[in-house]
Design a protein around this ligand. Structure first.
Ligand code: SF4
Length: 334
């Protein structure tokens, strides 16, 4: 049985210290994520090795647009989540209890590595689909072995993690896409059952550690589509992580417990213009529009990559990831 490194014993209970929910868990019960259990006074991740989905995806689907573009990446996920987003697009796995999944086959990290290395043209592993933080032990072991095989590791995360485990993850994770769901505590509290501040701290720590970072913001009409708040958010991203941080502005569609109609394309285009005042690389996701698809060099406006759906055409990038026209470093490539 795998035991968590991140908990402390209290009087007759235990407190999980993996994420800022800091759940106090009674004997035999689970934390908010529904996968980490107090078993005999220890915290055990019952989702260890339980895989909900396993696919080879274009890396653009994570989304990562400036990290080895055009490559394929083995993408795996498990069950549960430390947030309760009312608009979750993967609620069937994120809000599912691990107790319903215990009869599933248990993968070992070596199984994932074998699958990843047997596929020609696969270059890495992405921990995605549900929140990978709550799969901490399995991710750490798999990612360390992946590095050993020359594969890179990607986390697609809500960033709601305590700092000690985050620093551990930074040893093995090369690139992150972090959801910045809104820029108010009120939104985080009401619609995700979590808080904004730890997410902002994670973003700053990931950037400071020199890891590749892209940020996704899902725009939901009336809930987080205020122009001034959005401007404050993109200015913060630029100030704290630099103008070259990639921002994906994503279109919301009604799902799970959220019935508000889909984001108007005009809102996304307006936000694209606002974000482009502060950031060099802004993209629109989940929407068929010609705006916010391609990468241009911010120095000389050379077309670097054109995209259609998840297919990419490299136009103006050297093998070292520089602009072919003015030599500005744009991204990691080959
Ligand atoms: S990882 Fe799970 S059990 Fe631990 S604090 Fe977060 S929600 Fe609670």
């Amino acid at each position: 049985m795998i035991e968590s490194k991140y908990y402390k014993k209290l009087n007759g209970t235990v407190q999980c210290l993996l994420c800022p929910q800091n759940c106090i868990i009674k004997e035999g019960k689970y934390g908010i994520c529904m996968v980490r259990k107090n078993l005999d006074g220890k915290i055990v991740p019952e989702n260890y090795g339980k895989v909900s989905a396993l696919h080879f995806d274009p890396i653009e689907k994570k989304p990562l647009y400036h990290f080895f573009p055009g490559q394929t990446i083995l993408s795996i996920g498990t069950f549960g989540c430390n947030l309760k987003c009312k608009f979750c697009q993967n609620y069937d796995i994120s809000q599912s209890k691990v107790t319903d999944q215990l009869n599933r086959e248990t993968y070992k990290p070596e199984d994932i590595i074998r699958i990843a290395t047997e596929m020609k043209d696969n270059h890495g592993i992405a921990y995605t689909y549900n929140e990978p933080i709550i799969w901490f032990e399995f991710v750490m072991e798999t990612a360390a072995k992946a590095h050993h095989e020359g594969l890179y590791n990607v986390m697609v995360s809500n960033g709601f993690v305590n700092q000690k485990p985050l620093f551990d993850l930074l040893h093995v994770i090369d690139a992150w896409n972090v959801d910045l769901k809104a820029f108010t505590e009120d939104f985080y509290r009401k619609y995700t059952s979590s808080t904004l501040l730890p997410v902002k701290e994670s973003i700053k720590i990931i950037k400071k550690a020199g890891k590749h970072l892209e940020i996704t913001n899902l725009v939901i009409p009336t809930l987080n589509d205020d122009d001034d708040k959005f401007r404050e958010m993109v200015k913060w991203i630029s100030d704290e992580t630099g103008k070259d941080t990639v921002l994906h502005i994503s279109r919301y569609f009604p799902t799970y417990r959220m019935k508000i109609p889909a984001t108007p394309v005009s809102t996304l285009e307006r936000f694209y213009d606002i974000a482009s005042e502060y950031l060099n690389y802004v993209f629109l996701g989940n929407v068929a529009t010609s705006t916010g698809k391609d990468t241009y060099c911010p120095e000389c406006n050379n077309l670097i990559i054109s995209r259609s759906g998840y297919s990419t055409r490299i136009k103006g990038l050297t093998k070292q990831g520089h602009c072919t026209n003015c030599n500005k470093k744009i991204m990691e490539y080959i």
